[in-house]
Design a protein around this ligand. Structure first.
Ligand code: GCO
Length: 439
């Protein structure tokens, strides 16, 4: 079935997403200070080919050109993140030159008819705050509230859609348990401590938002993965329930219901992992939407050897360059589940794929990305037609960019970036999207 833009609701928003450390570069310019990702990516062995975000896509200097490309493709909106260490020195004293960049960026977006959606925290914690304990320090929720308040006061007159955190699961579990993201710790209890402080920080930001901004919307973006048992056994079903609660429920239930999921809590008690549950009332300050970052599914098998009693099993479906199964049905499933469980407006704040993109004669023939997007658009449309209040869809990503520990080896962009020349090339998928978005 050929999907068309007019199949979606009239006011449905199509956008694209990026994040500060992945595209901006200019890491030492105009008073920006290091983040934990500057430290991590400059630590030998932490990222592929020891690559880092020092230059990235040089978006700090090329933002006007990039906005023209967004306009050419025809996006309604652009989701980007603010670099905390760029706008506050020592994580707490405002840096006017850093704020000026975002003022210029937002003004240029609005001048070009593109609605800004802003993520306050997309993983680049100021290193100076990390040295005060970072997300292990409960006071970080208050530092985050001050940062959020500064941004609401600076940009809140022009930005009406705000996201507190991007994927707290990644910050907590990739950063503090699996160790593949900054700051690279390997401690399960730390991961749960960090998760709780992040959720408190979210709640504190929502509280101050309600005081400062009367005509805006605020939400939380989580990575939402379709969790399925690897085999039709009771053990794998049970393991899948727990993983679904640990990856998905742990960062949704507290925000809406003010409590952590029971089954997963039971497992943690059983394995002796202590969790903190204070200030659940602040964590569950009412929000206006959930952001859904959907990429794939995970097949889960029971594994008593693992600290959390499960392991991932590789699935049989075709995969992207990240090794993630291409599973558009999972997007429909997770949107339906989120709608049924939380009955709150949703935005797909990220969906896209890393492809084997080769630039030939100035073009990348990423037909596979067109097929990927069409099939995921169809899944989203099916959910909408069944009553899910999905209000927008942001494609990850506008540009090829720094894919964290994978460095620049993984290309998610609709636009190809030649990192040698910093030239941009619209891929075949961008040209397809330009036609799709035409009203
Ligand atoms: C995430 C992050 C993005 C990633 C993208 C591809 O969802 O992990 O928001 O920064 O680059 O998802 O992994």
């Amino acid at each position: 079935m050929q999907i068309r833009r007019k199949d979606f609701p009239e006011n449905f928003i199509f956008g694209t997403a990026t994040s500060a450390y992945q595209i901006e570069g200019a890491v030492n310019e105009d008073g920006r200070e290091p983040s934990i990702w500057d430290t991590f990516s400059h630590t030998p062995g932490k990222t592929k080919n020891s690559e880092n975000g020092d230059i990235a896509c040089d978006h700090y200097h090329k933002y006007k050109e990039d906005i023209q490309l967004m306009k050419e493709i025809g996006f309604d909106a652009y989701r980007f993140s603010i670099s905390w260490p760029r706008v506050m020195k020592q994580g707490k004293i405002k840096n006017e030159k850093g704020l000026d960049f975002y003022n210029r960026l937002v003004d240029a977006l609005l001048e070009n008819g593109i609605t800004p959606f802003v993520t306050l925290y997309h993983w680049d914690l100021p290193q100076s705050l990390h040295e005060k304990g970072g997300w292990l320090n409960p006071d970080m929720a208050l530092y985050f509230q001050d940062y959020a308040a500064l941004m609401f006061e600076t940009l809140g007159d022009r930005i009406k859609f705000w996201i507190t955190l991007n994927e707290p699961w990644c910050s907590a579990f990739l950063g503090y348990f699996l160790g593949i993201h900054a700051p690279g710790h390997n401690n399960l209890e730390e991961a749960f401590t960090v998760a709780h402080t992040l959720l408190r920080a979210h709640g504190y930001a929502v509280k101050v938002f309600r005081e400062l901004i009367k005509d805006g919307k605020i939400g939380l973006t989580n990575v939402v993965t379709k969790i399925e048992p690897a085999n039709e056994t009771d053990e794998d079903f049970q393991a899948a329930i727990i993983v679904d609660e640990l990856i998905n429920g742990w960062f949704h239930d507290p925000v809406i219901f003010g409590r952590y999921p029971d089954t997963a809590k039971g497992l943690l008690k059983q394995i002796g992992v202590n969790i903190n549950e204070d200030e659940m009332d602040i964590i569950s300050e009412p929000i206006d939407f959930f952001g859904v970052n959907y990429y794939t599914r995970q097949l889960i098998a029971y594994d008593p050897q693992n600290q959390l009693m499960y392991k991932n099993v590789e699935g049989p479906l075709p995969k992207t360059e990240m090794g993630w199964e291409i599973y558009p049905e999972g997007l429909y499933d997770v949107l339906k589940k989120l709608h049924q469980r939380y009955s709150i407006p949703l935005y797909v704040t990220e969906n896209g794929m890393a492809g084997p993109d080769k630039l030939e004669n100035g073009m990348v023939n990423d037909i596979y990305r067109i097929e990927y997007l069409e099939n995921h658009f169809l899944s989203a449309l099916k959910a909408i037609n069944e009553g899910v209040e999905l209000k927008g869809y942001f494609i990850w990503s506008l540009l090829d960019n720094f894919e964290w520990a994978e460095g620049y080896s993984k290309r998610f962009g609709l636009i190809y970036v030649d990192y040698e020349t910093q030239k941009r090339y619209l891929k075949r998928s961008a040209i397809w999207l330009k036609d799709f978005l035409k009203r």
